[in-house]
Design a protein around this ligand. Structure first.
Ligand code: ACM
Ligand code: ZN
Length: 518
């Protein structure tokens, strides 16, 4: 068995393979550490639902049984101190996954799954025996932030659709689900203190469904007349968080302030500079209506919303958006002008950092940290705020990194999954390197990782979501995990052919070679 034939994604750090095989069958027993009970149950469920094997679990590592066993253990001798790292050893008698923490064991299982041959699945009279190659795999991630953002503001996706995304993320060893919950076109999270956010802001009457954002054409484009609505109750979100947590994924909620707030302003126009009235937007692009930074009730509102958000989401990091907030309204607003004067901000350009810092300080007082899109950068920005880079001013971003700021990379031209395959081909998504060449090695640790983004202006359903995301998300997951010098697009393509079999099992509507090689 050569290294190539194992075909694992993401490619592990180190694989040593042998000639022998382990036979997995119904007599195989899972022996597990008590702390790994949930992980063991997940493995049992995979073996049952995908391979038809009903195998037993025993919570006992002291047992004499040492033949035909799968061992899951937390190992303090584990040299691997990275809690996401693991060792997977397959011998003729056993398969063993060990790590210093449950995360690592979970990832070891994701690798182990890929060693089980899928070719017998679905065939009749299967003998329920699977030969697994003997290997020693030592593995750990390159980056600690390996994310996917899903925009549910432009189009809503159900709880079960989101769970499927989380399942696929876990299989790819991704660990941050960035939930973009609010947009000009829809507010998707229940906030008990502001019931109109769900009653009014979660519904729009239709969509101006053109791809061109040219403003002089907008008024001529008719509405499609298909209403779009939906939101998650706080209970729904708790259920999703639990589901994600069991898969070692942190859900990072994004409440996008002060721009991209037209839907919220439709319900609470007093939070704007002009007072409205507004409608939940039916078109895309940058909107001039934003939160008024001059009015104290805007801070009251954002803090009250965030109070409920941090009650629901255990994530230490909260995304506060901050992208594409035009200053047009602030320039003419007496309240905003008074704020500039009172706070000696100098110009309208500094209103956003004033807002961001107040929110950052508030969340810090509650033990949380903010991340925001790169437009939040400013020399006065709170030093703990993480920058989420997506476009334009990379030079400025790197200056901040050199001064100590941490960054997550979502370069628009490489990891925006909503772009067509002729603009971001699979190879471009795969070969994109998140650490900029010009950044000195001593600062590399401040690049926390990579996050793919799926904006949903033109992604109306699960089928399109999956088609846009797969296979490019698989490529980006490998960048997040695999050492740079082990990445190879040709090898990836070969491994992808095998991985597609898994996507078939998950019933994923992925783009086929002839579709993405335009
Ligand atoms: C963005 O794409 N507006 C972050
Ligand atoms: Zn104002």
């Amino acid at each position: 068995m050569t290294l190539k034939e194992l075909k694992i994604i993401p490619e592990p750090v180190n694989i040593a393979s042998k000639e022998d095989t382990f036979i997995l069958n119904e007599k195989t027993l899972i022996l597990t550490d008590l702390k790994l009970k949930k992980v063991a149950e997940q493995l049992k469920e995979i073996l049952l639902s995908m391979f038809g094997l009903n195998i037993a679990i025993k919570e006992d590592l002291q047992t004499k049984e040492s033949n035909n066993v799968i061992i899951l253990k937390i190992s303090n001798n584990e040299k691997q101190i990275n809690p996401e790292g693991y060792t997977l050893i397959v011998t003729q008698n056993r398969m063993e996954v060990s790590s210093s923490a449950p995360n690592g064991v979970f990832y070891g299982i994701q690798t182990m799954r890929q060693l089980i041959p899928t070719d017998k699945i679905g065939s009749k009279n299967i003998d329920l025996e699977f030969s697994i190659p003997c290997v020693v795999i030592k593995d750990y991630p390159r980056f600690k932030w390996r994310g996917l953002m899903l925009d549910v503001g432009r189009h809503f996706f159900t709880k079960s659709e989101v769970k499927k995304v989380l399942d696929l993320m876990a299989f790819l060893k991704l660990n941050k689900f960035h939930f973009h919950l609010t947009e000009d076109q829809g507010w998707r999270v229940e906030i008990k203190k502001y019931p109109l956010l769900t009653e009014i802001s979660s519904k729009r009457e239709g969509t101006t469904s053109q791809r061109s954002f040219r403003s002089n054409q907008r008024s001529k484009v008719p509405l499609d007349g298909i209403p779009v609505s939906g939101y998650y109750t706080q209970q729904d979100l708790r259920e999703l968080i639990q589901y994600a947590t069991e898969r070692f994924i942190t859900i990072i909620p994004e409440l996008d302030f002060p721009g991209h707030t037209t839907a919220a302003l439709a319900a609470y126009p007093e939070l704007s500079c002009t007072g409205g009235p507004f409608k939940v937007s039916t078109r895309f692009g940058i909107h001039k209506e934003v939160l008024c930074i001059g009015k104290e009730k805007v801070f009251e509102f954002t803090q009250n919303v965030l109070n409920e958000i941090i009650e629901i989401f255990p994530s230490n990091i909260i995304h506060i958006g901050g992208d594409e907030a035009p200053t047009k309204r602030w320039k003419k607003c007496l309240d905003c002008q008074a704020r500039i004067k009172d706070e000696e901000l100098g110009s309208v350009e500094n209103l956003q950092v004033y807002f961001t810092n107040r929110i950052a300080d508030y969340l810090e007082s509650k033990g949380r940290q903010i991340i925001g899109w790169n437009e939040i950068l400013n020399e006065k920005l709170n030093e703990n705020a993480i920058c989420h880079y997506w476009t334009m001013n990379l030079k400025q971003v790197l200056e901040h990194v050199r001064l100590g700021r941490k960054v997550v990379i979502s370069e628009m031209s490489a990891v925006y999954l909503n772009y067509p395959y002729n603009i971001i081909p699979l190879e471009r998504a795969y070969n994109y390197e998140p650490i900029p060449n010009e950044l000195e090695a001593k600062y590399h640790k401040r690049i926390l990782g990579i996050e793919a983004c799926l904006w949903t202006e033109f992604v109306k359903n699960k089928k399109t979501l999956e088609w846009q995301a797969f296979p490019r998300l698989i490529a980006i997951a490998e960048t997040g995990w695999t050492p740079k010098n082990k990445k190879n697009f040709k090898s990836f393509q070969k491994r992808l052919e095998k991985f597609n079999k898994w996507l078939d099992l998950f019933k994923v509507s992925y783009a086929k070679k002839e579709e993405y090689l335009l």
